[in-house]
Design a protein around this ligand. Sequence first.
Ligand SMILES: NC(=O)c1ccc[n+]([C@@H]2O[C@H](COP(=O)([O-])OP(=O)(O)OC[C@H]3O[C@@H](n4cnc5c(N)ncnc54)[C@H](O)[C@@H]3O)[C@@H](O)[C@H]2O)c1
Length: 438
Amino acid sequence: MPLTRRKMKQFCLFGVATLLVFVLYKSLASTEDLQPNALHRDARDNEILPLASGEHRNQQAIIEQQRKELAEAKAKIREIEAKLGRLEANVPRKYPDVRFLNYKNRKRILITGGAGFVGSHLVDFLMMEGHEVIVVDNFFTGRKRNVEHWLGHENFELIHHDIVNPLFIEVDEIYHLASPASPPHYMYNPVKTIKTNTMGTINVLGLAKRVGAKVLIASTSEVYGDPTVHPQPESYWGHVNPIGPRACYDEGKRVSETLSYAYAKQENVKVRVARIFNTYGPRMHMNDGRVVSNFILQALRNETITVYGNGKQTRSFQYVTDLVDGLVALMVSNYTQPVNIGNPVEHTIEEFAVIIKDLVGGTSIISQGAAVEDDPQRRKPDITRAKRYLNWEPRVPLKVGLEKTIEYFRRELDRANHSERNVFMPDNKSKKSEKILV
Ligand SMILES: NC(=O)c1ccc[n+]([C@@H]2O[C@H](COP(=O)([O-])OP(=O)(O)OC[C@H]3O[C@@H](n4cnc5c(N)ncnc54)[C@H](O)[C@@H]3O)[C@@H](O)[C@H]2O)c1
């Protein structure tokens, strides 16, 4: 039966409708794939992209991990903030009075061993004079708390460094004090003591040569050994046992002096050599085994005060601020030969025991112990040179110095924890007269 026109038109309309239904179905099916939980946003352009289910799980794990790390970081920051708070509470906000020096008079001064007993008092003096002070120390016998009252000051810097290794730094003057000083400390590692006083001194003199700095070497009365001349002038060559228990220190210092004059002669380095005699004062080591600290400690604890040997051997002790004045006077002077810096007032060890016992009070008794090997019998400086060339002599009377030292030791013994500070603050009033100042 032939198709009528009308039927053909109906057939075509049916085909078009079927096609439209198919297209509509397809588009609906593809929209179903875009479920909300299968979406993620591309961080860069905010474009919505579909994720395969494995990738989605990875993404969730990463987000979880990042949340955990963020929480840990926040906890650490809170911990550090609390620590900073505690530190700020301990660091004194008010520094001791510091004089202002303009750029022409202000010097950059390096003090090796500046965190030690003598070094820290020298730091106080030079800081208060208005100089820039750099301390280099390996903290073998020194302590940060000896200089903690300067931490954060714009003129002060503390460097943890062992002077056995070379040091590169720009300075005008160097006080080379780095070396263990008391017998138990220098005998603890004799080879290291020799290295510090030989290689360390070479490094310091090398630095002085490179930057044209003036250098002062802290030598010792021990270069005289067990002296046969009394009192000891600088011209005396000494009586040292080169293989005895003290030799690492005595001979180390002797080489240190020899090196200084070799650099002066060969390399034109400006050197000053201070032969330091026994010194005492606040911040000295309580357990250094030396007479003053031993006796004060024993007296404060009401223990027996032990005098080694017969007690007739003599010592002369200078208070630490007198020594600092002497070192500064030597540095600014034009005198290049070694100079004794010590207190010539001589006492027997026995006398010291009695004086300290009386100042402390308490119930200690004084008794005798066996003599110590190589213990020098007499030690008293001839300070004619220091008087003539530096216009220097000690000023602090023994009892005044001992009282300050006993007070420091007493506070040290009373301390029960770190937050109880025993910071010995420098005293502006006890500064030396203007004439020796830089
Ligand atoms: N105190 C005295 O009675 C006396 C007497 C004679 C000479 N001296 C000399 O004076 C200087 C200071 O003596 P002190 O009584 O202050 O002694 P100290 O032990 O208190 O100070 C010495 C300082 O040198 C540091 N030091 C040691 N080896 C070092 C190294 N290799 N590198 C860097 N730093 C190092 C120590 O950590 C310490 O801070 C020493 O050279 C000592 O020989 C002191």
